[in-house]
Design a protein around this ligand. Structure first.
Ligand code: NAD
Ligand code: MG
Length: 385
């Protein structure tokens, strides 16, 4: 495809990754040059063949060895360093980071450090890396375009306004499968119930984050860093239909809203096209059949993860990194049946109080805080479980 943009997709076998490949297949302007996964090498090799890419990487070394035996049409890279090498060698003009968790931070840093534009689904790398990530992008001139329905909405709404014209940003939350329940009704919820998201089909980790509302806490931090707006001017409102994704409030009291079907391909396409709308095969909303749009306040008593995230965000330093690492360990343990739902915030709170926030001087101090928080959260899971 002469003139097409060279795109690298990290996490191509996941929920965002597979939808991104669909979007690329629909566009003459996007050419896939590399793909990666953690250990599902058979699916990755099938994608590499279907999309004729030049390079693939697998986080798991053993899986990478199997892939190298099965696929000899290009280069196979391995391990966490392999992901970074893939970014550096791919000649990509745009990297979509659709990895899950703080494992995405290294590739985010490598991408921005090279001055390559980043379509960022991996919100955890912005939560953890914060100002260091945005400063790096500023220094190299690389752009960060979000792949998150609320942030796509805000990005698009703000693009139409002079700087500073919006006085507040508002992101919506579906409320997840347990919306409307009080705390006592969350004691015995099962993994299957927590995974049954009412409006979005997503990977396991973000689906649990949506059930605890930690996802909205991570998104507050994501919005703060992406748009440079202080926390006092960013709100969360529950909107069960997931059709209004974000709103901005103007100085005169007007509110502008972004609506669309709950389909991540819209956000993915917008980011892959550099923050512009491009034709996409999507059925738009039919407003008369939508009928009602409703809004509610968040219940911080039933969903303490959002409160913990707000506190860590305001504290700053390594607190968001610690919160994120402890959450990853707790969510993993919940999914594996080793922790109860309401123990997820308990593990996070214990880890935050044991470790305490430190100022952030470098990415290395964040990697170290991430390591320590994972170890302490693992101990907390063992004590509770
Ligand atoms: P997923 O679990 O479906 O996919 C994750 C992908 O990353 C897979 O390809 C997996 O193989 C790879 N991966 C995971 N850990 C890795 C590691 N340590 N090293 C290398 N590769 C690894 O996740 P998802 O739902 O697609 O979410 C991806 C990111 O996008 C998350 O940060 C999530 O918060 C964000 N996001 C997702 C959605 C959604 O609709 N799924 C919406 C908004 C934001
Ligand atoms: Mg979102």
């Amino acid at each position: 495809m002469p003139g097409a943009k060279r795109v690298l997709v990290l996490g191509s076998t996941g929920s965002i990754g597979t939808q991104a490949l669909e979007v690329c297949a629909q566009s003459e302007e996007l050419e896939l040059v590399g793909l990666s996964a953690e250990r599902s090498w058979e699916a990755l090799v099938a994608q590499a063949r279907a999309h004729c890419v030049e390079r693939i990487a697998l986080g798991d070394e053993h899986a990478a060895a199997r892939a190298a035996e099965a696929w000899t049409d290009g280069r196979v890279l391995a391990g966490a360093e392999g992901l970074v090498t893939l970014v550096l060698e791919s000649g990509a003009e745009l990297v979509l980071n659709a990895l899950v968790g703080s494992a995405g931070l290294g590739p985010t840093v490598a991408t921005l450090g090279e001055g390559i534009d980043l379509a960022l689904a991996n919100k955890e790398s912005l939560v953890v890396g914060g100002e260091l990530v945005t400063a790096l992008a500023e220094a190299t001139g690389a752009r960060i375009v979000p792949v998150d329905s609320e942030h796509t909405a805000l990005h698009q709404l703000l693009a139409g306004q002079p700087p500073g014209a919006a006085t507040r940003l508002i992101i919506t939350a579906s409320g997840g499968p347990f919306r409307g329940r009080v705390r006592a009704e969350l004691e015995d919820v099962t993994v299957a119930e927590a995974l049954a998201h009412p409006t979005w089909a997503m990977g396991g980790k973000i689906t649990i984050d949506s059930a605890t509302l930690m996802n909205k806490g991570l998104e507050l931090m994501e919005a703060h860093h992406l748009f440079g707006v202080p926390y006092e001017r960013i709100d969360v409102v529950v909107h069960p239909q997931s059709l209004v994704h974000g709103l901005i409030q103007m100085a005169d009291g007007a509110m502008l809203a972004h609506l669309g079907p709950p389909d991540m391909r819209i956000a993915i396409s917008y980011a892959l096209h550099g923050g512009e709308s491009a034709p996409l095969d999507i059925t738009p909303l039919d407003l008369p059949s939508v009928g009602e749009l409703t809004f509610e306040a968040v219940d911080l008593d039933a969903f303490p993860c959002l409160r913990l995230a707000c506190e860590a965000a305001r504290e700053g330093g390594t607190a968001p990194c610690i919160l994120n690492a402890a959450n990853e360990i707790a969510v993993h343990a919940f999914l594996a049946g080793r922790l109860r739902f309401l123990e997820i915030p308990e593990v996070i709170e214990r880890t935050l109080s044991e470790l305490g926030s430190e100022p952030v001087h470098s990415f290395e101090s964040l990697y170290e805080a991430d390591r320590q928080a994972r170890a302490l959260a693992g101990d907390a899971v063992a004590r509770l479980g």
